[in-house]
Ligand binder design. Structure first.
Ligand code: SF4
Length: 199
């Protein structure tokens, strides 16, 4: 499915983009720009393949000792008409007391995960719950470059915030309204910097 096919279905990557900067949604959803493939993204793709191979061999959740893996699925593509979301989940792991979503980030970690990564992982957990008809009790965000993982509880509040984000995304697209700049410090690492200057 292409991102342009239908506004009522939003790619989960746009949930992440909205939390990085809502203006990106205007460029993607209203003006039709595509996300630029940067060198680090291309490198990340290669790392992704290596990581997927490693993940298939793992016997425990995210390679840590605590929880044995009972089932494993990688690159699971899910479309939910009910949630109005679709996306590809890096890893779904079954452990003794339920399912866990693992989202790999091919970058170094910060002290805590970025909110954009948190809401992306929670949106994937919502898709997985619907598809597998089983609760997802937690999500793991793994920063592959330094091997650090963060566990998140999948709470109702976080899920509500994902749906709120999706409604804000739809509103930007429907009203074709350019959002104001929220945080100029992010512009330095933004792939839309040039586009933004011209608007
Ligand atoms: S350049 Fe700055 S304001 Fe423009 S989309 Fe990127 S982060 Fe947002």
């Amino acid at each position: 499915m292409s991102e342009d096919d239908d506004i009522h279905l939003i790619p989960v990557t746009w949930i992440k983009q909205y939390h990085f900067c809502p203006r990106i949604i205007y460029y993607l959803g209203v003006l039709g720009y595509k996300e630029r493939v940067t060198e680090s993204m291309a490198e990340g793709r290669d790392l992704h393949i290596d990581e997927e191979r490693r993940a298939k061999r793992r016997k425990t959740l995210a390679g840590e000792r605590k929880e044995l893996t009972r089932g494993f699925w990688s690159r699971v593509h899910i479309v939910s008409e009910r949630l109005g979301l679709y996306g590809s989940i890096d890893e779904v792991v079954e452990v003794d007391d339920g399912l866990v979503v693992v989202e790999n980030k091919f970058m170094k970690s910060s002290k805590k995960p970025h909110s954009a990564h948190i809401y992306q992982a929670i949106a994937y957990a919502m898709l997985v719950e619907e598809f597998f008809h089983k609760p997802v009790r937690k999500a793991v965000i793994r920063y592959v470059r330094d091997g650090r993982s963060f566990e998140l509880r999948v709470t109702d509040d976080l899920k509500k915030h994902v749906l709120w984000t999706a409604s804000k995304i739809r509103s930007i697209i429907e009203k074709e309204k350019l959002p104001r700049i929220m945080n100029r410090r992010r512009c330095r690492s933004c792939g839309f910097q040039r586009v933004c200057k011209d608007v």
